[in-house]
Ligand binder design. Structure first.
Ligand SMILES: Nc1ncnc2c1ncn2[C@@H]1O[C@H](COP(=O)(O)OP(=O)(O)OP(=O)(O)O)[C@@H](O)[C@H]1O
Length: 351
C-alpha cells in the first residue's frame, strides 16, 4: 500500500510551504503540456525533502513556481507564509534558490562571486570574507578560488553555484538537481553539506533529483512526481518497505517451480510470478519468510537450487507505481529535444 500523498509529517509545526491544487500548463506546438497537475503539499520547517521523478516529470516546474520564477496556471502556493503570486518579493527574500544552470558569472573569480553575494546579503566585509573562505573550503574549491569562473570545470562551477545559494544561510533552500554533473566524490561531498545545513541550522531544504540513491540517502522525505502529479510521499524506508523484498527461487525443473510458486503464494501479501524454473516473489518481509519456505519446499521434495533475496530500491517503488522504471524513463526523456522548451524558460524571472 502506498502511503498518503501530500501529508505533512510534523503536524505540530505550521508548514513553511503549502500548496493547494498547484497547476502549471505550458503550450508547445499548440498542445497543452500539464507540467504540474494539482499539487497539494505541506512541508514543515526543517524538513529535507526530495522531489524524485524522471526527466520531464514536473519537478523543476514545481520548484520554479515555489520560487516565483514562473506563475502557476491555477492553484495557490505559500512559501514562508507569503503567496508566490501576490508576494513575490517577500518570498524571494525568504529563500535561497540554486537553479539547474550555472548562475555564476564568467569573468569573475569564484572567490569574488561568493564575496559579493555575501556583501549583497548584508554581511560586513570581514564576515563576508570568512563566509567565503568557509564555503570555498566546504566545497573543495579553495585551490580554484582565484581562477576566473570560465576556467572552472563543469563540476567545479556546479559546486560554486550551490555554495552561492548557501551564502546567506536561508531558512528555506531550493536546489534544482544540485548533483547533476558532479562526480561521485563531489556528489557525496555536496550531500554532506546539504545534510549539515539541514541538521545544524534547521534549514528547510527542497531539492529535485533523478538520482534514486541521492533521494534515498539524503532526504527525510521523498515525494515521487510523475507526469506533473505526486504519486507517493513518505520516507524512503517506508516507501520501500511498503513494497517488500524480492525473493528469487530457482528449481531443478518447471514442475518443481510450480510447486514452489504454490508454496510462495502462502506468504502474506506475496505477489508471485513464474518464468520457467524461476519463481519470483515480491512480499513484505520476504527476507524473513524465505528460510521457512525453502525448508518446507525441501521437505516436500521440491528443493530450491538457488536463492536470492534483494531488498527493494526506490526504482522498484517507481516501477510498482507506474509500470515503468525510473532509470529507463530518464533515458527516454533525455532524448527529447530541449531546444523546444527554451522559449519561455525565463518567463517571470525579472521580479
Ligand atoms: N518553458 C517550457 N515550455 C514548454 N514546455 C515546458 C517548459 N518547461 C518545461 N516544459 C515541459 O513541462 C514538463 C515538465 O518539465 P520539468 O522541467 O518541470 O520536468 P523535470 O521533472 O524538472 O525534468 P528534469 O529532470 O529533466 O529537469 C516537460 O514535459 C517539459 O518538456
Amino acid at each position: 500500500m502506498i502511503p498518503s500523498v501530500g501529508v505533512m509529517r510534523n503536524h505540530e509545526k505550521k508548514p513553511v510551504i503549502r500548496t493547494v491544487g498547484l497547476t502549471r500548463h505550458y503550450t508547445r506546438n499548440k498542445q497543452t503540456i500539464e507540467a504540474g497537475r494539482g499539487l497539494d503539499l505541506e512541508i514543515a520547517p526543517g524538513e529535507l525533502v526530495a522531489f524524485l521523478g524522471p526527466n520531464g516529470a514536473g519537478k523543476s516546474t514545481t520548484l520554479r513556481m515555489l520560487t516565483t520564477l514562473i506563475a502557476p496556471t491555477a492553484g495557490t502556493a505559500e512559501v514562508a507564509g507569503y503567496d508566490v503570486t501576490r508576494d513575490r518579493a517577500a518570498v524571494r527574500r525568504s529563500i535561497g534558490y540554486v537553479g539547474q544552470g550555472n548562475a555564476a558569472g564568467h569573468q569573475y573569480r569564484g572567490r569574488d562571486e561568493l564575496f559579493s553575494q555575501a556583501r549583497a546579503h548584508g554581511l560586513s566585509r570581514r564576515d563576508a570574507r570568512s563566509r567565503t573562505d568557509e564555503l570555498l573550503d566546504a566545497f573543495d574549491l579553495t585551490e580554484h578560488a582565484d581562477r576566473p569562473v570560465s576556467r572552472l570545470s563543469g563540476g567545479q562551477r556546479r559546486r560554486l553555484d550551490v555554495a552561492i545559494g548557501l551564502v546567506q544561510e536561508p531558512a528555506i533552500l531550493f536546489l534544482d538537481e544540485p548533483s547533476t554533473g558532479l562526480d561521485p566524490q563531489n556528489r557525496v561531498n555536496l550531500q554532506e553539506q546539504v545534510r549539515r545545513l539541514n541538521a545544524k541550522l534547521g534549514t528547510t531544504i527542497v531539492l529535485t533529483t533523478h538520482y534514486l540513491e541521492e533521494a534515498d540517502a539524503l532526504a527525510g522525505r521523498v515525494i515521487v512526481i510523475d507526469h506533473g502529479r505526486t504519486i507517493a510521499d513518505d520516507t524512503a524506508a517506508a516507501l520501500k518497505s511498503s513494497l517488500g523484498d524480492l525473493v528469487s527461487l530457482e528449481f531443478g525443473s518447471a514442475a518443481h517451480a510450480m510447486a514452489g510458486a504454490a508454496g510462495a503464494d502462502r506468504i502474506p501479501g506475496a505477489h508471485v510470478t513464474v518464468t520457467d524454473t524461476v519463481v519470483s516473489v515480491r512480499a513484505p518481509f520476504g527476507r524473513d519468510a524465505a528460510p521457512g519456505l525453502v525448508a518446507d519446499l525441501a521437505a516436500a521434495g521440491t528443493p530450491v537450487t538457488r536463492l536470492e533475496v534483494v531488498g527493494p530500491t526506490l526504482d522498484d517503488v517507481f516501477l510498482n507505481l507506474t509500470g515503468r522504471s525510473l532509470r529507463e524513463s530518464n533515458e527516454t526523456a533525455s532524448a527529447v529535444d530541449a531546444a523546444d522548451i527554451a522559449g519561455d524558460q525565463n518567463e517571470g524571472a525579472a521580479a
